[in-house]
Design a binder for this molecule. Structure first.
Ligand code: ZN
Ligand code: ZN
Length: 356
């Protein structure tokens, strides 16, 4: 029994001693854990401070970049917008021409109609730029001027824009021509007479033009039955015009085959043609109406320049036979020469056809 109780006491003492050891170890372990937490916390704070510093630097850098890009971008965007203007204006010119051709009705004021079409296009384009670049652009057509080149007009367009510290203001002048556009004059003048048609390149009048000339009391109006004339406005390259009669009239034949137009004080400019005028106060242009070929000679009919034929004051032209290759007709019965009716002292001289 004594032995047993001694053993028990020893066991208890050992147990107490061990208990003390364990609490010191766990205390040490706790302190180590706390230390780790503090270190980790400090590291985290350090990392956060570093991150914030780096982030701030990056933000500053980005701000600088935004400023730099904005300046360059603003200039680029405005230049890019201006590049579109002549394209849009040419489109408007073509659209107004198409509208006149389709409606067979002249424009009441071609410059005002163009301004409306162009301003609409400019505002749609400006909307696009607002959506893409967040830049508000103001622009509108100011004026259209005739120039010393009757096939060309000067379109003046006002453009302005402000974005932040940057601003832009300018009047852009663009030279736009009517080359390649359709001449509405024959359609506007002959639409009331049956027989007029046109394809991609020329008008065929059928009986329409001769009927129109008959109504105007023109002598030998029937020589313009089945006449033809160009549809597309193209500038004659045979300049000076006095050379049209060269080489037995081959130049004139080439010119007529291609349906060229010539500068003319009396002929209408393109914008006036859209208003249904065959002549105007501007420096304009003219083309020829090719009459029927006839075997008779020495005939007189309307002078074949378009500004004469469609005017209220038609004056006569004498028969001019040129490019006469032989006296025999070809297999289709076509006579081997060309005919125009020209006034002796005006168009015959202008085009060097006096010897025919
Ligand atoms: Zn010519
Ligand atoms: Zn005009």
């Amino acid at each position: 029994m004594n032995v047993k109780s001694k053993n028990n006491e020893n066991y208890k003492n050992k147990k107490c001693k061990n208990k003390g050891k364990i609490s010191i170890i766990s205390l040490l372990e706790d302190e180590r854990a706390n230390f780790s937490i503090i270190i980790a916390g400090l590291m985290l704070i350090g990392f956060l401070i570093l991150s914030i510093a780096v982030l701030n630097m990056a933000i500053d850098k980005t701000d600088e970049n935004i400023q730099a890009i904005s300046s360059d971008e603003f200039q680029y965007v405005m230049k890019d917008y201006m590049r579109n203007i002549p394209i849009l204006e040419r489109e408007a010119l073509e659209e107004l021409g198409d509208e006149v051709m389709e409606n067979k009705y002249p424009s009441q004021d071609s410059k005002a109609d163009l301004k409306e079409l162009i301003d609409e296009k400019l505002s749609l384009k400006a909307e696009e730029y607002w959506e893409n670049y967040n830049i508000h652009i103001n622009s509108s057509l100011v004026s259209i001027e005739n120039t010393s080149n009757p096939f060309s007009y000067k379109f003046n367009t006002y453009i302005s824009s402000v974005k932040g510290d940057y601003s832009f203001e300018r009047v852009l002048s663009s030279d736009l021509d009517c080359i390649g556009l359709r001449d509405p004059i024959p359609l506007l003048y002959c639409k009331g007479h049956y027989g007029l048609s046109y394809n991609d390149t020329c008008y065929s009048y059928g009986n329409s033009l001769s009927e129109l000339l008959k109504r105007k009391g023109v002598e030998n109006y029937s020589l313009y039955v089945n006449a033809s004339s160009p549809l597309i406005i193209r500038k004659c390259p045979f300049d000076p015009y006095a050379h049209h009669g060269d080489d037995n009239g081959k130049i004139m034949k080439n010119c007529r085959d291609n349906g060229y137009y010539h500068e003319s004080r009396d002929g209408a400019c393109y914008l006036c043609r859209l208003e249904g005028k065959c002549g105007c106060e501007h420096y304009g242009f003219e083309t020829f109406i090719n009459p029927q070929r006839t075997n008779e000679t020495g005939l007189v009919s309307a002078c074949g320049s378009d500004h004469v034929i469609f005017s209220d004051d038609v004056y006569p032209g004498v028969e001019v036979i040129y490019n006469n290759e032989s006296d025999v007709s070809d297999l289709n019965g076509q006579m081997p020469y060309e005919i125009l009716y020209l006034d002796p002292h005006g168009h015959k001289v202008k085009y060097g056809m006096s010897d025919f």
